[in-house]
Ligand binder design. Structure first.
Ligand code: ZN
Length: 150
């Protein structure tokens, strides 16, 4: 990866960590699932508002490291107005990217999420980046119990 691209990616991560998007409780949420990454101590609650199979609103609360906060912040932005199937496809692409199984075609498919591609070089941080998505996966499957990456 080129250094200037890496700097840009880090800038986006810092920005979302400092100023997380959709960081709020959603009292009338249709789905609410907690996620926990014991390895790092990242903890979040994901809220979804659904209309049919479309995610009309997404928000979160919790606390975690910069990677996990940026990941869930970016995720709540990108899944809004997506269908469950589209969100699931993004999850599969994101998972492939962060675990190093994706290729450059995947990087384009995930759009803005590509800023988190760098975590694949740091296996210990992959769970920080994927926690939000595993929690989303549980929420879309309508599971109530908390998600743990361990
Ligand atoms: Zn973390």
């Amino acid at each position: 990866m080129f250094d200037d691209l890496r700097d840009l990616y880090q800038e986006v991560i810092f920005d979302h960590n400092r100023n997380p998007r959709n960081f709020r409780e959603m009292p009338n949420a249709d789905r609410k699932v907690e996620g926990f990454n014991p390895l790092c101590g990242d903890r979040l609650t994901l809220f979804l508002k659904m209309q049919g199979d479309v995610i009309t609103d997404a928000s979160f609360q919790g606390s975690g490291c910069a990677i996990s906060t940026a990941s869930v912040s970016l995720m709540t932005e990108i899944i809004k107005d997506k269908t469950e199937a589209e969100a699931d496809a993004l999850f599969q692409q994101f998972h492939a990217m962060t675990t190093g199984k994706g290729d450059d075609a995947n990087l384009e498919a995930v759009g803005k999420l590509a800023v988190l591609a760098g975590v694949r070089e740091y296996p210990a941080r992959v769970k920080c980046a994927t926690l939000a998505w595993h929690t989303l996966d549980a929420a879309l499957k309508n599971q109530q119990q908390a998600v743990s990456t361990e």
